[in-house]
Design a protein around this ligand. Structure first.
Ligand SMILES: Cc1cc2nc3c(=O)[nH]c(=O)nc-3n(C[C@H](O)[C@H](O)[C@H](O)COP(=O)(O)OP(=O)(O)OC[C@H]3O[C@@H](n4cnc5c(N)ncnc54)[C@H](O)[C@@H]3O)c2cc1C
Length: 539
């Protein structure tokens, strides 16, 4: 394999591209480069398997994503579908990690994407070549994690896709060293058996904190859930029993954020939707922010755990004691055997030469979170390094497709001045919406960001044209859930099945619920109107 690969490189006149990391972003990059053509691509993955976050491992390592055996996607299948590969109708709407992994595997195999991943190759150094100023080339040094052998290759371009949800951010509280119990990070939480009959304290109310609280609660004696600023919680099940994102992630709803202040849209969403599902005022720590200024956590079970007292919500920790913690506003020690920190992740590219990614107080010098603006050549791109308000997979795929077009010379980046202006605009808007944080400038609104990326390489659908030529499609795109298939209707590498995939997405969403043709189970219109009227009048 190795020899054939290098032989091909020696003979080839194609541009050589190295893709760092074999997760979803790495495989997506490989596929997009293959689609754009005229590249020799090599993908380095430091573990022995592709799929990154979605390949389950029994152990956890710093720098490698880690999930629990029960991890399930937080977005439903149609919202995280790849743009030319709808998930089979039989797939569950929220896929457990192994179901999602099979979906990714099928997509990669279809595109021959797995044969070119060099497993057990850790990227240890990335530097500009001596002639970088002229050629834009990169030197990438990798270490074979089995043999220890180190080798360096020269590449015309690089895609950095090593993920950023893999290095736990461990907080430090007064007296933490005194604690005689166990402190772990949610990153290393695998099974719940070690927590049987123990008193657990979970710190942090993001998705992983809620998962840790819900899962350990099934066997633990007691579970406390500590949160500094509270968190809005969205149930996976939305209106009419549909996946929440199938209902909420729609262009006309996201466009409200372009028209009104985020705090106003948040208030409407909290009052009109969220509070009907999970009223935050009922719980001891009420969020101190609006839902659109801190990512909400997605959980279908935490509400019932709190209402039954199975999980007890607590404020932030004031101090640790030998056998537990004292929460803010309390004087007594609350005993705990195990503390599970679920306090987020920090970012790092340890192999990268200094001066490539520049950050100042959460402000990254990246055009659309992808291309470093100050670099002389657009031969390095960061894929998957962003925080979407909504699903991350479709914008990640669009990043891959855009980068492939830029590397192929089929699409140019704007002037440095324009790129700086764009980055500054996003940073300022985010700062006023979210407040300062380590990654504030890489936060994006899902739909707006997808459109921005697609517009860069001509794949943004021309909605106005559809208004005149295909009104049914227009309505589906404008008022239906925002699906990745729309970015295959036009532009480079369109897909003939895109329109059909958009028109039939509801059938695929309903199928795993009804196990029948969706139409058979449709409620009649009278019953629908009656239900809506009654719920307005009575409840
Ligand atoms: C529990 C959980 C649930 C999620 N649910 C959703 C969801 O429902 N919807 C959604 O859109 N997103 C979701 N995400 C976000 C998720 O991160 C993305 O879906 C996606 O998997 C990110 O892929 P990636 O390739 O960018 O990064 P990763 O999955 O982190 O992959 C990076 C790869 O790079 C490798 N690597 C790291 N360093 C090196 C190195 N030095 N050399 C070589 N290889 C290296 C790693 O081993 C890994 O395989 C979820 C994340 C988590 C943790």
């Amino acid at each position: 394999m190795k020899d054939i690969f290098f032989l091909r490189h020696m003979e080839s006149k194609n541009k050589r591209v190295a893709v760092l990391g074999g997760g979803l972003s790495g495989l997506g990059s490989w596929i997009a480069l293959k689609e754009a053509g005229a590249f020799d691509v090599i993908c380095f993955e430091k573990t022995d398997i592709y799929g990154g976050t979605w390949s389950y491992r029994e152990h956890s390592d710093d720098g490698v994503p880690s999930i629990m055996p029960t991890t399930t996607t937080i977005n439903s299948k149609e919202l995280i579908a790849l743009s030319n590969f709808p998930p089979p109708k039989e797939c569950n709407n929220y896929m457990r990690y192994d179901e999602f992994f099979q979906y990714l595997k099928a997509h990669a195999e279809r595109n021959d994407g797995l044969n070119y991943v060099r497993y057990n190759f850790e990227v240890v150094e990335v530097k500009r070549c001596d002639d970088y100023e002229i050629t834009g080339k990169w030197a990438v040094t990798v270490r074979n994690t089995i043999s220890g052998e180190v080798s360096t290759g020269v590449y015309d371009a690089l895609i950095v896709s090593t993920g950023h949800i893999n290095r736990p951010k461990m907080p430090s509280y007064p007296g933490q060293d005194l604690f005689k119990g166990k402190i772990i990070y949610s990153h290393s939480l695998k099974g719940v058996e070690p927590y049987r009959n123990k008193t657990i304290l979970v710190v942090g109310m993001g998705c992983s904190g809620l998962d840790a609280a819900v899962e350990t609660n099934n066997v633990a004696k007691k579970v406390y859930l500590s949160t500094r600023s509270g968190r809005h919680v969205i149930n996976r099940i939305g209106l009419n029993g549909y996946p929440y994102d199938y209902i909420l992630i729609r262009p006309y709803l996201y466009q409200l954020l372009d028209i009104f202040p985020a705090s106003f849209v948040s208030w409407c969403f909290e009052t009109g939707y969220l509070d009907n599902q999970f009223h935050h005022n009922l719980y001891s720590v009420v969020p101190d922010h609006h839902v659109f200024s801190k990512d909400p956590a997605i959980s279908s079970q935490i509400g019932s755990k709190l209402i039954t007292g199975a999980v007890i919500q607590k404020p932030d920790i004031e101090t640790f004691a030998e056998d537990g913690v004292v929460f803010k506003g309390e004087t007594e020690v609350t005993k705990a055997d195990v503390v599970i920190m679920a306090t987020g992740y920090t970012w790092k590219f340890p192999y990268l030469e200094e001066g490539i990614i520049i950050e100042d107080k959460g402000k990254f010098d990246l055009y659309k979170c992808v291309f470093p603006i100050h670099m002389k050549h657009s031969t390095i791109a960061f894929v998957g390094f962003f925080l979407p308000f909504g699903p991350g997979i479709p914008p990640g795929e669009l990043q891959c497709r855009w980068v492939a077009q830029v590397f192929a010379g089929k699409c140019n980046l704007p002037s440095k001045k324009q790129m700086l202006k764009d980055a500054e605009k996003r940073y300022k808007a985010n700062l006023s919406r979210y407040g300062p944080s380590e990654k504030v400038s890489i936060k994006v609104n899902y739909i707006q960001y997808c459109d921005e990326l697609a517009a860069e390489f001509g794949a943004k659908p021309d909605i106005l044209k559809f208004f005149f030529t295909d009104i049914r499609l227009f309505f589906k795109i404008m008022f239906g859930p925002s699906l990745a298939y729309q970015y295959r209707l036009q532009g480079p590498h369109p897909w003939d099945g895109a329109r059909e995939a958009i028109m039939t997405s509801k059938d695929r969403m309903l199928y795993p619920l009804t196990k029948k043709c969706s139409i058979e189970r449709q409620e009649n219109v009278f019953k629908r109107i009656a239900r809506k009227t009654l719920s307005c009048i009575i409840f």
